[in-house]
Design a protein around this ligand. Structure first.
Ligand code: NAP
Length: 315
């Protein structure tokens, strides 16, 4: 099969000819149509978490998929050959990813693809939407509340904005100048331009009594603590970024709850499908790349200013 892979950490990578993998117990072989690009892809290819997780070379990145079931491993009862599926790869090692014509994934990470979406659209959803669900569960925004959203324009933020706005919350999005309009079109009521000055000082002027919740998809500990200082006592500060957790004691000392939100379990993919099919959730705008163009997608992802999602269209 054709698969994009890197042969060493930090290498640009190229399309390789690799054997089609065989599904192990509990796994499904998926004929990949499209693979979403996530922050973890440049992290894996760059070796940034090599001390914490096994990496196998040639390393094929890709943790999101949409495609068709090609074969079923032992013990899989929920899927049949020919089913159109989307979902997440959650292997205990990095390297057997979805930037390839075929990939094996645990059946527990897959669900039926939303009927009306193309494979490229469906591949944009799994990690972003599951992470957005976790952040919304943690913040639990209520009608009339103000939710400050940092990193609003990316894959996760585009979905968080929609879900918070649907609950009747006022979403205040911190974005670049270039992403402000995009954030508004996905549910933000108001934007603050982080490149125009100190966003925290600007927000203090606009919300002197504080905001009800912070969902931060971008900041490390220091900036997260500054944004969290805007949350009123009794409110909640949520981060999807591991390093932000270092600010937890400082935040909680003010009576603000801290939550580290990690991707929700894939059994909630069905909930995402249902919301899309019912017209209640819009897929983030996608920019597609071919398998040969994967290095461009990985570099753009690593640069950190993606609007919506990047997707590798494999077929
Ligand atoms: N814990 C988990 O399970 C989990 C799962 C998935 C993702 N994540 C994390 O969640 C975060 C968001 O993921 P994603 O896929 O949505 O990332 P993304 O697509 O790269 O989006 C990040 C967004 O942040 C914005 N941004 C960049 N610099 C900023 C700044 N200084 N202030 C405010 N916004 C800024 C960018 O747009 P503009 O600069 O144009 O505004 C970009 O749209 C990532 O850090 C990722 O690692 C965690």
């Amino acid at each position: 099969m054709r698969a994009f892979a890197v042969d060493s950490f930090g290498a640009t990578g190229s399309v390789h000819k690799l054997p089609v993998p065989e599904p192990a117990e509990g796994e499904v072989l998926v004929r990949v149509h499209a693979a979403g690009v996530n922050v973890m892809d440049p992290i894996f290819t760059g070796g940034w978490v090599k001390d914490y997780m096994e990496h196998r070379f040639p390393l094929v990145p890709g943790i999101d998929v949409s495609g068709v079931v090609e074969a079923i491993g032992p013990g899989v009862a929920d899927f049949r050959v020919g089913d159109e599926v989307f979902g997440v790869s959650s292997k205990p090692f990095a390297g057997a990813g979805t930037f390839a014509e075929y990939a094996t994934l645990p059946a527990s990470g897959l669900a039926r693809k939303p009927a009306d979406l193309s494979h490229s659209e469906a591949a944009a959803l799994p990690h972003a939407a599951l992470t957005a669900l976790a952040a919304i569960d943690a913040a639990d925004p209520q009608s009339g509340q103000v939710v400050l959203l940092v990193g609003a324009a990316g894959g996760v933020g585009t979905i968080v904005s929609q879900l918070a706005a649907q609950r009747g919350a006022r979403v205040v999005a911190v974005t670049s100048t270039a992403s402000a309009e995009h954030a508004r079109s996905f549910g933000a009521s108001e934007t603050v331009d982080y490149s125009a000055g100190d966003a925290v000082n600007e927000l203090k002027k606009r919300y002197p009594d504080g905001v009800d919740a912070l969902i931060d998809l971008h900041s490390d500990a220091e900036d997260f603590a500054r944004y969290a200082s805007l949350v009123r006592p009794g409110g909640v500060a949520v981060s999807t970024r591991g390093p932000a957790g270092a600010a937890a004691p400082q935040i909680e000392s003010r009576g603000v709850k801290f939550v580290a939100a990690n991707r929700a379990a894939p059994d909630r993919l069905a909930e995402i499908s249902k919301a899309v099919d019912a017209g209640k959730l819009r897929v983030p705008p996608i920019k597609t790349f071919s398998l040969d163009e994967a290095p461009l997608a990985i570099t753009e992802m690593a640069n950190g200013h993606v609007q919506g999602k990047l997707v590798i269209a494999v077929r």
